[in-house]
Design a protein around this ligand. Sequence first.
Ligand code: GAL
Length: 807
Amino acid sequence: MKRISILTAMLLSFVFAHAQTKQFTLEEGWKFSKGDFENGAQTNFNDSKWEMVTVPHDWAIYGPFDKEVDKQVVAISQNNEEEATEKTGRTGSLPHIGDAWYRTNFELPNYEKGSRVLVVFEGAMSDPQVYVNGQTAGEWGYGYAYFNIDITDLVKAGESNLLAVHLSPKALSSRWYPGAGLFRKVRIIVQPESHFKLWNTFVTTPVVSDDLAKVNIKTKVSGENLKLETSIKDASGKVLVSKSTDEMFGDEFEQNIALENPKLWSPESPVLYYAVSKLYDKNGKLQDEQTTRFGVRTISYTPENGFQLNGKTRKFKGVCLHHDLGPLGAAVNKAALRRQIQIMKDMGANAIRSAHNMPSMEQLELCDEMGMMFLAESFDEWKKPKVENGYNRFFDEYHEKDIVNLVRATRNHPCIVMWSSGNEVPDQWGSDGVKRAKALQDIFHREDPTRPVTVGMDQVKAVMESGFGAIMDIPGLNYRTHLYKEAFERFPQGLLLGSETASTVSSRGVYKLPVEIGHSKTYEDGQSSSYDVEYCNWSNLPEDDAVLQDDEDWVIGEFVWTGFDYLGEPTPYDEYWPSRSSYFGICDLAGLPKDRYYWYKSRWNTEESTIHVLPHWNWRGMEGDTVPVFVYTSYNTAELFLNGKSMGKRSKNKSSKLERYRLMWNDVVYQPGELKVVAYDDNGKTADEKVIKTSGKPYQLVLDADRTTLDANGKDLSFVTVSVVDKDGNPCPTATNQLTFKVSGAGKYRAACNGDATSLEMFHLPTMKLFSGKLVVLVQSTEQTGNITLQVKGKGLKSGNVTIKSE
Ligand code: GAL
């Protein structure tokens, strides 16, 4: 059965609702074209041959990968380089540069005179210029910024209105893959004459105890002689308390509402409340209505107690994430974001940092709902450039507007516990930068006095000298673990955040011998070792951070670079083609955990035990050679057996940095067969075990869907992990078979990804090679209900099938 599309449903509610703010998302029916266009041509195009797309959309993710896209001869000063060399892959080598147009039509049924019409963008990559019915409506700069434009004077009621958006992302504008296009939601909002101003309601909970929370609500409205009634509801919709006021100060109402026995928001218990606000005129006629979701929680940062959520000290077990969703590119997809957050939660992470720009609303909504704290960042550059066409182009004109919109649009999300005004900005040098740091922080404070501000600082010596570090609410250090102590002593705040840590590099399932700790290591195959001992000249092993996190109360947590691999920045292979995505991820670009996932899980996830053994045990031709075996486990002691013979017990050893967190058997001599690890509890009793075996030839494909029921909404996704096993069901960890994918029924093939940073296969084409024996296929629902079947085939292999319901 065909469902009523979301747009139709929204239009229907539009028709039947009374005078109140109405909004609809412009998703389907966009026309898109990339190329050079005459100025002003937006009204005269013959767009009949343009591609039909849905928004969010990223035009560049369809490729092809091309080293010429971002080839540049440059010395990356952030990476301590002094000599310029040829770099490729820095922005993902996908065609994200150039001019493009998006056009769509919308109507305004039942438009009432006096209403205001806004078009709201949550991200448009980049340099958006907006036209309505052939007239210039407005423009913005930064591709990640949220902005809205009042188009009341340009729209026509009762007619079809043409919205056209011109984008022109520039070369040399980013240090990672920025994506391209209308990659986040676009909405039309129609506000009645008296209305709630967009992004102008602010809910805080300044006083919280077990039996009472003071909910403070500041609401800005347009209109006069108005009365505001606010009801607080719980998640079941039950009204808990209501209060009205007609006292307005300027354009603002302020209410303090007592909420009894509040349930507090936390990562473990992400309880949400809803403030339903109704605006009445003096005759009691309803003018506007809105619902603001919020949480009741307190945060504090003090030298005595570090970071506290709801009065309890805890550390940030955080990950940095870039905005791209691997094979989906930058186009926002809620199912993909939900999966990312779940994978990180399962690892034991409790926080995400949006490196290095404004997060999507969808990500914040999910973090609120799933319980994940959030450090919301704004910029990677201020006035001084890192890349020629970076944010430095916009800083003077836009920085205040961009911060204001970021804070106002997102400050009701309980997940956000800190702001960041910048990352490793070159303005860390010089007195202008100190003033800028203060000015930016002041804007955040003005818009939100409840959360502190940090900057990810890498020029630690300079910021100690200049005072830059001293003015931060929370000094954030990127790497430089050797300077933590000195910075803590010299800065006045009495605490320190690891705003960016580790930058350890690895490729899933690839192990390099001999095992050697070191930085900037490269190999002929363009892969980094999953023994987790390789990093960059500015970064370090996970252990270097762990020691500080675990031993020093004044370190309030860390944000590991990064939770997932991302497109672009293929360090240490930025001079090696075809590397085009990162190696930093705890999970690969497909979201598959690398070994490091279990290293972090064994430390962070205190609810579940962890036992993980590496490397794989398929080393044909290496019989008689040394192949070290590592175990990442939450247990303190384990014993390793090779083909039944004990290789000895190992226990965690606090006096050695590595052995404190990993159990290592460095002298194992390879022979094929079975590797078994037995973990012991602190009483010496067997607690758990794990076996891996040398596999035979690839025989059969095995499919494992993360979700077997989807929403028939045209955008929900199931991520199906495809692996290959031998005749006995043992995973084949080095298989590279070429596979093909076919989706039938009520869904479609969306993309595939194998996590190989050197692969030039396009994600949207239904064929890909396995990488280290695995890949992930994304199956997307349509608006049709029914069964979806994915069939995966490979030459000489028994094929695999999975059926997913869409309802
Ligand atoms: C940091 C930077 C990140 C990323 C990382 C790689 O210095 O803030 O954006 O480049 O290094 O290690």
